[in-house]
Design a protein around this ligand. Sequence first.
Ligand SMILES: [Zn+2]
Length: 312
Amino acid sequence: MRPCERAASVASVAAIALLLALLAARALALPVPYLWGGKQARIELPPALAYDLPPVVGAADASQPLVMIDPGHGGFDSGARTPAMDEKDLTLALALALRDRLLADGGVRVALTRDDDSFVALGERAEAARRRGADLFLSIHADSAGMENERAGEIAGASIYTLSERASDAAARRFAARENAADRINGQALSGQSATVNAILVDLSQRRTQAQSERLAALIEREGRGRLVFHPDPRRSAALEVLRAPDVPSVLFESGYITNPQDVARLVSGPGRTEFAGVMARAIRLWFAQARIEAGRRGEEANQGRPIRDSP
Ligand SMILES: [Zn+2]
């Protein structure tokens, strides 16, 4: 490589690094100098990074519970890919099917973190659920066994993820550290409290949220048995960024493997999608019914001066 070529190559690497840094900083279409020409140029970055809160649809009554559905990936983030399909398209189609089903059944409000092919950062998804006051957050994804894996096509079935215990502890710590004194969690203002009290409030909220997330995961598994195809080990937990809202019960549903032809055929078929939407909508409905009973019981106990029992 001649020195001038090397210089150009270094400049290109520097330009890419700068572009990545700008992406990381969520800067949009900033004027960026061409490192190799000394001119100003406007680099087109992916749209929709400046995220508006998604609209809420469904029951006009704001006292009705709100489900935030989160179709994984979007925009330049395709998710898992096969020659036939991008994960982002599959997740959006499933999310829209579930939204339509929930709205058709009535009694809930629904919002989607995205309803088109736009990019939404992970942190913004969970944050949108919090800011909209969502009662439940359901992220929809599809797994990939890796194209280089020779037996990838044999691995199949849906999995249900919740935030892992270790991760939720860490998330609680980070949340407590990150949130400023003006924030609220489960209706409790964190302002004016000592750091210790704040940490306890966040911890209590996180523990209850975790239990409620597990309850939804269990309902999805129960309702889906015999109707959906599950992975042999369908209940999992992981340190998933999108599940880190400390006060919104959150589950991530891996709907199947896009590297498995049967999973894909089922998930893109009308009947497969209807079955998926039916199972999820029923699990969500049952979850809200149980939550209402729990809330009633807690209210009774509080009225009778007995200690408030945490929901299971
Ligand atoms: Zn995904």
